[in-house]
Design a protein around this ligand. Structure first.
Ligand code: PSV
Ligand code: MN
Ligand code: MN
Length: 427
């Protein structure tokens, strides 16, 4: 299944007049406030969000997995699925692989396929949170932190292997998420677990090519429910500071304790120049991995207020950070779900770009709390969807990605090609 440009153009033609009216109206409204809609559209066009290979199949819960139809059966088909997303929204121009869920064979045909769909390879992810078939030593009691040096060595070697796969594909970063920790008080020596992990990470760090980065992801709990070795942004930052400039902190929205002020964490990490990027998702209770913006869109907006400010202060373009979706669940078509997530990210970014920073600073300096809140909420309450649509249209994408996806019967086509009982590899 391939979505051709003429499919997009024809569909856009039928929607253009309505869209254009909405865009021009909003452009005028923003113009009256001194905001240039076209500048925002340009920033949105440049913003690319990586798609994780493990989100292309229907996710599971620990109680069961109800697989969808036409799911990708191989890495090639996963790349094709991301190609469909990118054709529709022009904002999903890369794929993030999880190894060994994805084992690239010969690199060149994989690269050629990705290039033909205008895709790049984002960070590669290692996996030492599961035992694989034929694996010599078990990760049941940890990997990079394990009390046994032989297990740590095996986990380090796996990460180095993942770097090699990434180098072959043109990735530039390794993402590490450890499930290491303990389920019961007394089970683990916190200090030794930290030090073992640091030593292991140092070995991995030493194997990074010059132009590579390592992203250190933290998570407060799950699957270990008493302690995790890299439990929060402070621990992650500590590891990164000890490792060196190629290590930065990766923030996954779902990995915080309830009610954590994530936007403040983001501001602090950006102030220190140590934010690697994001795993976007949403949650009501824990690491729910729900569609981005589905539960707490205001929080997402507030995070983007800090991201936009931090990028400006550091004079760094958005493509120097790692933006990825890390969401997947069991009741939606995964491709439609990912389209919703990308749209939510662009909406939050557009809203954050509306914030009048000068006025906000003035209000803060005058301790005008009401005005400061108003400035943020006015931006948040603006319907910026015409800006997002315009950005997608101008970069060759669809004005209504999900509408076109349904209109073309993409899932049905995939069902015909791949069959009913396919099970995506991965989660
Ligand atoms: C763990 O919850 C996580 O957020 C990590 O990023 C993993 O790589 C990913 O989900 C898939 O398990
Ligand atoms: Mn994650
Ligand atoms: Mn997670």
């Amino acid at each position: 299944m391939k979505i051709e440009q003429y499919h997009i153009d024809q569909h856009n033609d039928s929607l253009f007049s309505r869209h254009n009216n909405q865009f021009i109206f909003l452009q005028e409204q923003l113009g009256e406030q001194g905001i240039h809609a076209k500048d925002i559209v340009k920033s949105l066009e440049a913003f690319q969000v990586a798609i994780p290979s493990w989100a292309l199949g229907t996710g599971g819960t620990r109680f069961g997995r109800f697989s969808g139809v036409g799911e990708p059966r191989s890495l090639e088909e996963k790349i094709e699925d991301v190609g469909l997303l990118h054709a529709l929204n022009r904002s999903s121009g890369s794929i993030s692989l999880h190894i060994p869920w994805d084992i690239p064979g010969a690199a060149q045909p994989i690269i050629d396929l990705a290039t033909s769909l205008d895709l790049k390879f984002d960070a590669v992810n290692s996996n030492t949170f599961q035992d694989q078939k034929d694996q010599e030593l078990s990760y049941k009691f940890g990997s990079l932190s394990h009390v046994d040096a032989k297990v740590r060595k095996q986990a380090v070697e796996h990460n180095i292997e993942v770097i090699k796969h990434g180098v072959n594909l043109g990735s530039k970063a390794l993402s590490i998420w450890l499930s290491d920790g303990s389920c019961f008080p007394g089970q683990s020596n916190f200090v030794k677990a930290f030090q073992n992990t640091l030593e292991s990470l140092q070995e991995i760090y030493a194997a990074l090519p010059d132009d590579w980065k390592v992203y250190v992801e933290y998570k407060a709990y799950e699957p270990n429910f008493y302690s995790t070795v890299i439990q929060d942004w402070g621990s992650s930052l500590l590891f990164c500071q000890k490792l060196g400039p190629k290590a930065d902190v990766l923030v996954d929205l779902g990995h915080h304790l309830p009610n954590a002020n994530i936007e403040q964490i983001v501001a602090t990490l950006m102030m220190e120049g140590r934010l690697a990027g994001f795993h976007f998702n949403d949650s009501k209770y824990g690491d729910d991995d729900l569609t981005v913006g589905a539960i707490r869109p205001y929080q997402l907006f507030l995070i983007f207020v800090e991201l936009v400010e931090g990028m400006k202060r550091a004079n760094r373009a958005s493509d120097t950070y790692a933006w990825m979706i890390d969401a997947s669940h069991n009741v939606k078509d995964p491709l439609e779900d990912l389209l919703q997530s990308v749209e939510a990210i662009l909406i939050a970014q557009a809203q954050a770009l509306l914030v009048d920073r000068k006025k906000l600073e003035q209000a803060r300096n005058a301790n005008d709390v009401v005005l400061a809140q108003q400035i943020l909420q006015n931006a948040f309450r603006t319907d910026v969807r015409p800006l997002v649509r315009e950005a997608m249209r101008l970069s060759g994408g669809s004005l209504d990605p999900i509408g076109l996806y349904r209109h073309l019967g993409v899932r049905n086509e995939l069902l015909n090609e791949r069959g009913k009982l396919t099970v995506a590899t991965g989660l």
